[in-house]
Each structure stands twice: as C-alpha cells, then as structure tokens.
Design a protein around this ligand. Structure first.
Ligand SMILES: Nc1ncnc2c1ncn2[C@@H]1O[C@H](COP(=O)(O)OP(=O)(O)OP(=O)(O)O)[C@@H](O)[C@H]1O
Ligand SMILES: [Mg+2]
Length: 218
C-alpha cells in the first residue's frame, strides 16, 4: 500500500549538509499499527514528512499504490489519503471542538459535515457536552482526541503521528494509543506512530528502529 524504496534524504544549506536518511526500504500495510523509534536526530520526523509527501526524497522513492509521491498530485494526497497528527494538537483556537472537525470537511464541500463530525467525535469518546467548547477548555488528552477525530473525518486511510502522546500523561496517552491501535485493527487504517515511549512500541504490530538515518534491528 505504502512503500519506501532506497529512500535517502539530505538537508542542504549554504553551510552544511546533513544526511538524515541513508537508503531505507520498507513496505507498510493497511490494518497494522507501526511504531517508529530511535534516538533524537535519527531521522524519524524526516521519514514521516516523506511518507506524508510534505517533502520528496533526495534519492529513492515513496510509493503509494504504484505511484511515487513525485508523480502524484500531492494536494489530493494530503487531502484524501494521509492524515498527520502532531504532538501539539494543531487545533484552531478560536473554533469550537465541532467546528475544528467540520472545518476541513466544509473546505472540501463534503455534504453532512456536521453529522460526520459528530460520529467521529463520539468515536473518540467525546460526547455533545464537548461540542461547543473551545480547545483551551479541554485537557491535552481531549484536545488530541479532537485532532484524531478531525483526522478520521477525512477519507485518509493512512494516519501518521509524530509523538502524539508527547504532551500527555500516562492515562491519556494510553487512551490515545488504544484508539489508534483500534483504528488499525478494526477499521483497517495504516497507522504509523513516531514515539520515544517503549510501552507504546510494545503495543505495535511492527517496530521500526532508526539509527543514524538507517533501519536497525529493533
Ligand atoms: N531543517 C533541517 N535542516 C537541517 N538539518 C535538519 C533539519 N531538520 C532535521 N535536520 C537534521 O536531520 C537529522 C534527522 O532529524 P529528524 O528531525 O528527522 O530527527 P528525529 O528522529 O525526528 O529527532 P527527534 O526525536 O529529536 O524529533 C538530524 O541530524 C537533524 O539535525
Ligand atoms: Mg522528530
């Protein structure tokens, strides 16, 4: 479904070049929960941004359903195929919980946005008592669940998350991870989570360990 083939990535500036990824090959499948681990600077975020097609590899290719991310229409890929979840929840502070989830749907002119949003919010355990609140009136775990509901409201079947529990306590972290795991196992999403937390990695179907930009035995 989503493959990386001999992917390398080099950051080049006037002063220095950094080889962040050094020729990685891997195939991701739907219905699985992947953990991407490795020390700070090992290339995790770089790899995630290539999978999200926010950037293109400097060598090799990222292939989604037989087309490389260099060939596809990346706007459509961002809109319909991948959803990215960040450590800081990236909610719009002046919009309510409900509006945060309906906003991207309305941009796409999806009919029944409110109904879809309501369903997704309930799926992450947020009922109508939350719908009208602003993000600032929620705990970190609740905010992250809104961000997940927003991701689910798109048609994306690939969920990429960079330290989604980095700001959460153990309990909320578990809720969020269980939710992501369930989405993979019960709904067939391909879920790829960058994490420092080895208890999360324990729950993953596959663990990819990056070491200095290369895959290492985990
Ligand atoms: N914009 C950039 N310009 C130059 N070098 C960069 C840039 N972003 C990252 N790097 C370098 O690329 C390498 C990989 O960085 P990356 O952000 O992918 O690591 P990471 O595994 O996500 O680390 P962390 O766990 O700290 O988030 C590091 O050596 C980093 O310094
Ligand atoms: Mg990172």
């Amino acid at each position: 479904m989503l493959k990386i083939e001999n992917v390398a990535y080099t950051y080049k500036s006037k002063y220095q070049t950094v080889k962040a990824l050094k020729g990685i090959t891997y195939a991701f499948e739907p219905g699985k929960f992947y953990a991407l681990i490795g020390r700070s600077g090992s290339g995790k975020t770089t790899l995630l941004s290539l999978l999200a097609a926010l950037d293109l590899p400097t060598e090799g290719q990222v292939v989604y359903e037989d087309k490389t991310t260099a060939e596809i229409d990346r706007d459509i890929y961002h809109r319909d195929t991948v959803a990215v979840i960040y450590q800081s929840y990236n909610l719009l502070p002046l919009l309510s919980v409900m509006e945060n989830v309906t906003f991207p749907l309305e941009l796409k002119k999806v009919p029944g946005a409110k109904k879809i949003a309501e369903e997704k919010l309930r799926a992450v355990g947020l009922d109508e008592t939350y719908f009208k609140r602003l993000p600032a009136m929620l705990s970190g775990g609740e905010q992250q669940r809104v961000a997940i509901a927003r991701a689910l409201a798109s048609d994306a079947k690939i969920i990429l998350a960079d330290e989604p529990t980095g700001n959460l306590d153990t309990e909320n972290s578990e809720i969020v991870i269980d939710l992501l795991q369930k989405l993979a196992h019960e709904e067939g999403y391909c879920v790829i989570v960058v994490t420092h937390d080895l208890s999360i990695a324990d729950k993953a179907d596959e663990v990819l360990k990056l070491k200095d930009g290369a895959l290492a035995d985990s």
